[in-house]
Design a protein around this ligand. Structure first.
Ligand code: SF4
Ligand code: SF3
Length: 549
């Protein structure tokens, strides 16, 4: 018997109902029960943050498994990652155990903040009742700017948790990144000082640059540097598995396990950049990319004759026509969908492989179409000399970074139109899943330099920053003085933390769309606009005219 929960309040993503908050049912498919459980997990994380901060202040080392737990649990509350209530019940219990251990490590009285003293009751119904007393609505008596700053901090940490989790899987950690989660959750629970919270947001942005750097090191150290690679975006005859999400390690393990089995592997969504890494593309049965961005999955997976493996966001409610052939792993989850667990550091993907063989796959090859991917910082630096010459000669007038998340709203056609209308003497750098709106267009080249350079996943914003810094170095100027404009699209919380990273670097005049975050209060938004000149996207022609003068 489950308690009926009718209310929720979630405003963390761009798809938010009515531009304000999802209060009855999430547009993403998150119901009030799941929203309540996620709020409780965040409440636990705040308690862990307060205790962990005390430990760090006193120079006490926090056990590695607790930090790994904090990052994974935070990641699971990110939009479109995990919809399975059972797993959030487990995270609540694990959080409780982590708090107990931290309490005994700290030794002294940790105070009586409700997030510290909270113990999840054994009865699931009672937990759901507790959920009504935590979350954003429980902070209604707080000043709205403080509440907004705290939320931005939590959402930004959700984004960084994803990157920290991926880096950790590849053996990369950083003490500053790990420590920030404790300090950040502590402040999100206790701080009522706007300056302190704003300072922490900038520090989070800086820390996330470091986090994306260690993830880049993990990815390139394990799989080599991405190389410009022409890849098919059409299907081939035969059994197959489509791999979605961001976890390149899962893709690598699956490629190894499918070798010689007669099963093709396709990337999907944010896994597309995997096709450019030498240690992944060496497998001949990694045959290309299937489909577009996440919001098209229900249509594209409908009745698909192969298996699907989702490693992280974005998962949507599977239709009956493919629920028997979709699998989740890592932080991703959907109730009723088979989850492939990690056991002693290994994952056994046999259920997905068997399903692919049983379904038989596509009956014939499609007429082949290709796109080029793999312009990470290493590849772009390799042609930096040509790029700099082309700018000096006036052949390249301007660079646009058109990057970020995709989503379902009609306003997102802006980004397609932007790529179409960008003048022929401009170059578009892109990253994350928003690029599916224009990455099959042939934009040609400028003296052999492709006009569309796909840098990679959202976390490869690190590559974009390195490229921008290298250009600024070559032209002996500040990033803001470069002929470079950032036109960003956001949907979930990784985009929030990337935006904070760009602001922490001092990047000004970012254009953000398709709408501004609902969780920014008017006061906080004013501060960001005044300090960084962030502006919402308007009309493509007007924005281009303004940027190109
Ligand atoms: Fe709504 Fe987005 Fe929250 Fe889902 S994650 S409930 S769509 S605001
Ligand atoms: Fe896309 Fe979900 Fe954000 Fe890594 S896959 S970017 S939305």
């Amino acid at each position: 018997m489950t308690a009926t929960v009718e209310h929720m309040y979630c405003d963390q993503c761009e798809q938010v109902a009515g531009g304000r908050a999802c209060t009855r049912m999430g547009v993403c498919g998150k119901d009030p029960e799941l929203a309540g459980l996620q709020d409780l997990v965040v409440h636990q994380l705040k308690g862990i943050g307060v205790l962990g901060s005390r430990a760090l202040e006193r120079g006490i080392e926090i056990p590695e498994d607790i930090t790994a737990f904090v990052q994974e649990a935070t990641f699971e509350t990110l939009t479109n990652v995990d919809f399975d209530p059972d797993r959030f019940h487990r995270l609540l219990d694990e959080g409780d155990a982590a708090k107990e251990r931290l309490r005994s490590l700290v030794g002294e009285d940790p105070g009586d903040h409700p997030a510290v003293t909270y113990r999840p009751p054994a009865d699931p119904d009672e937990r759901l009742a507790d959920a009504m007393n935590v979350g954003i609505l429980a902070e209604h008596d707080l000043d709205e700017d403080i509440r907004s700053l705290r939320q931005t901090l939590v959402y930004g940490m959700k984004g960084m948790a994803a990157y920290a989790h991926h880096a950790r899987i590849l053996g990369e950690t950083d003490p500053g990144v790990d420590a920030f989660f404790y300090r950040g959750f502590d402040a999100a629970a206790t701080s009522e000082d706007a300056d302190e919270l704003l300072g922490l947001l900038m520090e989070l942005g800086e820390t996330n640059l470091r986090c994306m750097e260690i993830l880049d090191r993990g990815n390139t150290g394990t799989f080599g540097h991405p190389e410009p690679t022409s890849v098919p975006v059409t299907v081939k005859e035969g059994p197959f598995i489509v791999v979605s999400g961001h976890d390149l390690k899962d893709l690598a393990d699956l490629l190894e396990q499918t070798e010689g089995k007669g099963v093709n592997v396709y990337t999907h969504g944010e896994m597309l950049p995997g096709l450019a890494y030498p240690e992944l593309k060496k497998y001949p049965h990694l045959v290309g990319n299937f489909g577009g961005a996440w919001q098209d999955q229900q249509r594209e997976f409908d009745g698909i004759p192969g298996a699907i493996l989702v490693t992280t966001n974005c998962i949507q409610k599977p239709r009956d026509s493919y629920v028997d052939r979709i699998f989740t792993t890592g932080p991703a989850g959907w109730p009723g969908v088979e989850h492939i667990p990690e056991v002693d550091g290994n994952k056994d993907f046999s259920p997905a492989i068997e399903k692919a063989l049983e379904l038989g796959g596509w009956e014939e090859d499609e007429e082949e179409k290709r796109i080029t991917v793999g312009f990470g910082h290493n590849a772009v630096m390799g042609v930096a000399g040509d790029v700099i010459e082309a700018v000096k000669a006036g052949d390249i007038r301007h660079f646009f970074l058109v990057g970020g998340c995709d989503g379902a709203r009609p306003g997102r056609n802006y980004y397609t139109e932007f790529a179409e209308k960008a003048p022929e003497d401009t170059v578009i750098l892109t990253l994350a899943c928003g690029k599916f709106r224009f990455n099959k267009m042939d934009l040609g080249d400028i003296g052999g330099i492709p006009r569309l350079l796909d840098i990679g996943q959202c976390n490869d914003a690190y590559s974009a920053v390195k490229i921008a810094e290298a250009l600024a170095g070559a032209f002996e100027c500040d990033i803001n003085e470069l002929p470079l404009s950032m036109i960003l699209s956001w949907y979930e919380q990784k985009a929030v933390v990337i935006l904070l990273s760009l602001l922490a670097l001092g990047v000004r005049n970012i254009k953000l769309g398709p709408s501004l975050p609902a969780f920014l209060s008017p006061g906080v938004l004013d501060t960001l606009v005044e300090t960084f000149d962030i502006a919402p996207i308007t009309e493509v022609d007007a924005d281009l005219a303004e940027i190109l003068g």
